[in-house]
Design a binder for this molecule. Sequence first.
Ligand code: GLN
Length: 283
Amino acid sequence: MKASIGDWLATGAQSLADAGISDARLDSRLLLQHVLDLPHAALISNSGNIVEENAAKIFQGLLERRAKGEPVSRIVGYREFYGLRFLVTPEVLDPRPETELLVEVALKAANTMPGPMRILDIGTGSGAIAISLLHHLPDASCQACDISSTALALAAENARLHGVGGRFSPVLSDMIPPDCGRFGLIVSNPPYIETSVIASLDRGVRDHDPVLALDGGTDGLKFYRKILSTAENHLLDGGAVFLECGAGQAEPICQLARAHGWKLTAIHRDLSGIERVLEFGRT
Ligand code: GLN
């Protein structure tokens, strides 16, 4: 069928909506942008242009994958996070919009601290948090650890693509490496889903995010326990720890933190009002 960009956008949105995809219009647009290699503005200003048959076929193929539940980022191989584009592979967590809150509040804190800032990112995955911080803190450096060497290789590639590779050090470790020194900022979005809940997660998450990046142990708090019991020896005076958490976890994590001598500095809520990022310092 000979149809324009505008027609295909509408057709795509309709077919995704029919398949029960909630952000059908957005996803249709992102997939068409990918196929035609056009930024948003160019897609809209050229919406009367006819889409070639070959491109239309590819678009239809991508729509089918999305309709079956595969997330857009997994289909196109990248995701926008904090205004930057990150490569995403099956070995890493798809960076989430709510994690941008952690970056935002950590940046605010960093700007009040003396530089040059040393940052530790625990469980870096795609490197989304670490690289966004480095992008906005030109004097900072970051040690980014992860248990997955394929994740670290991808994070290093993302760092290089964003021009911060020289300040980004990947470290193969599932926790704080013992001899890494002290940092002004320690950040983490650790795996925090209770093991028993993983099977019942939305299919886009369950089937496409690596279980290693999701599984927080029986009570979901395994990594907070590890971080809060060891981070003290790695924080500079006046430094801060920022931890993302899941809905309902703020309270038990704060209890854990208190038991380890941490002082809660702030709880930051995400756009849905969920207590999402916990900020700690030493008492
Ligand atoms: N730090 C990465 C992110 O927030 C990966 C987190 C994880 O794998 N749990 O996107």
